[in-house]
Design a protein around this ligand. Structure first.
Ligand code: ZN
Ligand code: ZN
Length: 140
């Protein structure tokens, strides 16, 4: 079973089900919130169980088309969750998982909003201008 948490331990979670492979998101909102591009897996909402939520706080994701909220640790500042209420899954920052994750980065999203301070990696993975078209429906 996958487990993870923030830097300080005030947020700990486990995932009682499958995890989606990792999407890198280059959108401006992710870059501002994470400090750079985001790397996110996702789990079914019902499979994500909090073991410790003392530090967990939520903010509205201001430009989210999905009306999502973002979950973080108020004690250490770790960026953990992206939660779109109308969808069956919650995105989880891949860097907060305990290893080994057995996951792989599979695509780049919102490359049209990529920052001007880095080059997209030549990793041969699919690049999507925006997040909408082709978004995996099983784990939106
Ligand atoms: Zn913390
Ligand atoms: Zn994003």
């Amino acid at each position: 079973m996958a487990t993870g948490g923030c830097l300080c331990g005030a947020v700990r979670y486990e995932v009682r089900g499958p995890l989606r492979d990792v999407l890198m998101c280059h959108c401006e909102e992710c870059r501002r919130w994470h400090g750079h591009v985001s790397a996110s897996t996702a789990a079914d909402r019902d499979d994500l169980v909090m073991l410790q939520d003392r530090g967990l706080r939520w903010i509205d994701s201001p430009r989210s088309e999905a009306g999502a909220r973002r979950g973080f640790c108020a004690e250490c500042g770790s960026s953990l969750f992206w939660d779109p209420p109308g969808r069956p899954t919650v995105s989880i920052s891949a860097g907060t998982l305990d290893e080994p994750t057995a996951l792989r980065v599979v695509a780049h999203w919102y490359v049209s909003q990529a920052g001007d301070y880095y080059e997209l990696p030549g990793d041969g993975l699919p690049r999507h201008e925006f997040g909408g078209a082709g978004y995996p429906t099983q784990f939106p």
